[in-house]
Design a protein around this ligand. Sequence first.
Ligand SMILES: [Zn+2]
Length: 88
Amino acid sequence: MEDDALWLDGNALGGLLYEVFGTEMTAVQRSCQSCGTRSAVGAHRAYQGAGAVLRCPVCGDVAVRIGVLPDRHVVQLAGAWTLDVPRP
Ligand SMILES: [Zn+2]
């Protein structure tokens, strides 16, 4: 994965994450599998190319990869994600 390109903050992927998870994700907390830092998804670094990648704001390890295909999204999560989702 080439990460030398410009990155945005995780809020830039808010729309895509909403589409994938069906809920607002930027405030969701994630604990990094590498450095242990707990931070909001919106505070991660976002990289966009053919798909999208979020990386830990501290160590840069991958938090999620989202492949955007014509008929689906392919999502690979890493680390511990805590989703607090309101019940309908
Ligand atoms: Zn980390």
